[in-house]
Ligand binder design. Structure first.
Ligand code: SF4
Ligand code: SF4
Length: 179
């Protein structure tokens, strides 16, 4: 990609990210969310009360968190929590790469496993499993996001959920690769 085009893309991505941060801040203020935990507990509660869901697969990182999850059993979401989840879905939708999704794969001639790579970034950023995420990414060998560096962005517009794949891949490659 020519330098000027790359700079335009990065500026546009940066503007979109800034708008996302502003929306997220408004969202957090409206619902009094001070950390990730309230959202996580509401999400688990939504799964537990949903008759179409058989199992909630939960990562627990402390005994205190397990106590909070166990206490949710048999409870139902309050109306404000339900609204919170609904709104978080629309707020976060363009940032969240769906686990196991392959909808954009046909657009990539280099077979970059986008949703796997995004999942490793999720392990890194949301679960604090930096070492695990980086080793999983390194294990992809030549199948990581390195081809995105010189690609003309053939996957642009391929995500039905509005993710900007190339820019995000480059960012994630930087995150998961030792300098
Ligand atoms: S970027 Fe979009 S289409 Fe591609 S794997 Fe993620 S959610 Fe699916
Ligand atoms: S930018 Fe990356 S994911 Fe998109 S088509 Fe190119 S190599 Fe594939």
């Amino acid at each position: 990609m020519p330098r000027q085009a790359a700079l335009r893309e990065l500026r546009s991505y940066s503007d979109a990210q800034n708008q996302f941060v502003e929306r997220t801040q408004r969202f957090a203020e409206r619902y009094g969310i001070e950390n990730d935990e309230a959202l996580q507990l509401a999400s688990i509660q939504w799964v537990l009360q949903n008759p179409d869901m058989h199992t909630a697969c939960i990562s627990a990182w402390s005994f205190d968190f397990i106590d909070k999850i166990v206490a949710l059993s048999g409870t139902r979401l309050t109306a404000p929590a339900d609204e919170l989840l609904h709104e978080s879905r629309s707020t976060l939708s363009t940032q969240y790469c769906r686990h196991g999704c392959v909808e954009c794969s046909d657009s990539c001639p280099f077979d970059v496993p986008v949703s796997n790579i995004m999942r490793y970034a999720y392990y890194f950023e949301a679960h604090g499993q930096e070492r695990h995420a980086m080793s999983a990414y390194a294990a992809l060998g030549g199948r990581g996001a390195a081809p995105c560096m010189d690609c003309a962005g053939l996957c642009a517009g391929a995500c039905p959920h509005g993710l900007r794949i190339q820019t995000t891949m480059l960012q994630v490659h930087d995150l998961l690769t030792l300098a």
